[in-house]
Design a protein around this ligand. Structure first.
Ligand code: SAH
Length: 533
């Protein structure tokens, strides 16, 4: 036994989440991945570092690697793994490997070479693309069969392997015909079916780039599907679906109706914070462009924070004004504890102080560190956190006048909260725990280009620093922002936008990420009339 196995894995039709759990696990464990045009390139990003990814799709501009060449590459690479003492090769194929995927030929080549293989079925586009278009391929009382057919074969050739008379009969009874690779022959396919007795009025649907954000759907009849496709420039890759089930789209369309479908939205948060926000937007149908305007690094001087960490018991209040502040504080605490200058490396170091959080996200992060904050304001701004601290102080019997307050935070930040605390007589220590750094210039240039080209619908701003940093990063390209709608998380961020001479399309009523998502959904509620239905 060599310990080598080749897995023929179905990648699904396009939506990366339609990969099976088994496929995902094998991809993560693969030493070599061989993939092609329709297998989503984003999936290849899941492979482990150091794994080899081999593209066997389009070579150069148009010529394809031949199937024999692909078979040879798979066998050769499997042998290479054998020599290395074993490993996993994943052959990732669009949709299902055995449905018009030539997976059978690859399996035969492996069998002939004596190499072990397994097949991991995938979600095939012939079912999934119609499903995302709101078309069930079978339906009780309407369609009692579905037939998968290659549309690639030249329908004019005499000895056709396709029984057009049988297909026309099935269609006449309401059966569903599902053609893959048929766009080039669309006109001939429709003609053949009608010539063989299928009613010209039979509904026919085209679904292009099904299950992806580029999905396009056209619903017509056998009679006019080809001219309409031509008029609308409708091309491959698409599924051609023939049968009365196509009419169900009128009532069952859902994918394009998601509130942010077709919108390209920029997320300016730092990479570490963006993922939850991006995931929510994607879940609502948006195409998300992550442009982290902020990255975090250590502050220029850890001196003030280190000094504070060495005498944490002396503070009546610790005030956290961001999620990053919490992370940076605990990271430094652990480092300082190693040197023996503080007794505890974790939440126990805070046992003697009251803790405030500026808002729910910061509070949640504190809780992840084992701290339940004593004060969290209802509104998420410096002024409100001051009020919350004052109330909590009263409750806990702390005299704010003379109280010692530590604010571990960004190197550059707003002064409102420290000023208010000082006015109340508190002794405030500000300790930079991290600093923000700007994004790369070439990324900013690309964003400016996309903005000017009208490829971006909206840009979201989740803090004043995202505004300042994006404007600074764009430099002269700043005016490109006028081409998009700008959404702000709250009044302070909005003010920063206006100060930069920019218009605010809408501001979140609740100053949180979910609040901002809700505002985006509200702004784009009325749109996206589907094509052709
Ligand atoms: N093995 C694949 C099919 C490969 S043949 C599967 O099971 O899905 C390639 C054809 O699949 C294309 O010409 C097109 O007809 C169809 N196809 C693949 N992905 C598609 C998608 N996202 N939307 C519509 N059709 C798709």
């Amino acid at each position: 036994m060599s310990g080598v196995c080749v897995y023929l894995v179905g990648a699904g039709p396009g939506d990366v989440e339609l990969l099976t759990l088994r496929g995902a696990r094998l991809l993560e464990q693969a030493d070599i991945v061989v993939y092609d045009y329709l297998a989503n390139a984003a999936l290849v990003g899941r492979v482990k570092p150091g794994a080899e990814a081999i593209y066997v799709g389009k070579k150069g501009f148009s010529a394809h690697v031949t199937q024999d060449e692909i078979n040879a590459i798979i066998v050769e690479k499997a042998r290479e793994l054998e020599k290395r003492g074993g490993g996993t090769l994943v052959r990732l194929k669009g949709g299902d490997p055995f449905v018009f995927g030539r997976g059978g030929e690859e399996a035969l080549a492996l069998a002939a070479a004596g190499i072990a293989f397994e097949v991991v079925p995938g979600v095939t586009s012939g079912i999934a693309a119609p499903a995302y278009a709101g078309i069930p391929v079978t339906h009780r009382g309407i369609a009692s069969s579905v037939t998968f057919i290659t549309g690639h074969e030249d329908p004019t050739k005499n000895a056709s392997a396709i029984d057009w008379a049988a297909l026309a009969r099935l269609a006449g009874k309401g059966g569903t015909l599902c053609f893959y690779m048929g766009m080039r022959n669309l006109e001939l396919i429709a003609e053949r079916l009608v010539q063989n007795g299928a009613p010209a009025s039979t509904p026919a649907a085209l679904v292009r780039w099904g299950t992806t954000n580029a999905q396009q759907v056209l619903v017509a009849t056998l009679n006019d599907v080809a001219p309409r496709a031509r008029a609308e420039g409708f091309g491959a890759p698409a599924i051609i679906l023939v049968g009365p089930v196509a009419s169900l789209r009128e009532r069952l369309a859902w994918f394009e109706n998601r509130p942010l479908f077709g919108r390209t939205i920029v997320v300016t948060r730092s990479r570490s914070q963006a993922s939850a926000f991006s995931a929510q937007l994607r879940g609502l149908g948006a195409d998300v462009v992550e442009f982290p305007t902020i990255a975090f690094s250590e502050p220029d001087d850890f001196g003030p924070l280190d000094a504070a960490l060495a005498q944490l018991d002396a503070y009546d209040w610790l005030v956290f004004t961001s999620v990053n502040g919490v992370d940076a504080f605990f990271a430094r605490l652990a480092q300082v504890a190693e040197t023996g200058r503080t007794r505890f490396a974790d939440a126990r170091a805070l046992a003697g102080s009251r803790v405030a959080a500026i808002g729910p996200a910061t509070a949640e992060r504190l809780q992840a560190h084992g701290i339940v904050p004593d004060a969290v304001p209802a509104a998420y701004r410096g002024e409100a956190v001051f009020e919350a601290i004052r109330e909590a102080s009263d409750r806990c019997g702390i005299e704010l006048a003379g109280a010692r307050v530590l604010i571990p935070r960004a190197q550059v930040a707003r002064e409102a909260l420290p000023a208010l605390l000082q006015q109340a007589g508190a002794q405030v220590d500000i300790a930079p725990a991290y600093k923000t750094v700007a994004p790369a210039a070439d990324a900013a240039g690309e964003l400016a280009r996309r903005l000017k080209a009208g490829e971006i619908d909206a840009v979201t701003f989740t803090s004043s620093s995202t505004v300042r940093n994006l404007v600074a990063a764009l430099g002269d390209g700043k005016d490109a922002l006028r081409a998009a709608r700008l959404f702000s998380i709250g009044p302070i961020t909005s003010k920063s936008l206006r100060d930069a001479g920019l218009d605010v399309a809408a501001e979140a009523t609740e100053y949180t990420i979910p609040g901002l998502v809700e505002t985006l959904v509200g702004a784009y509620r009325y749109h996206n009339r589907e094509q052709g239905a």
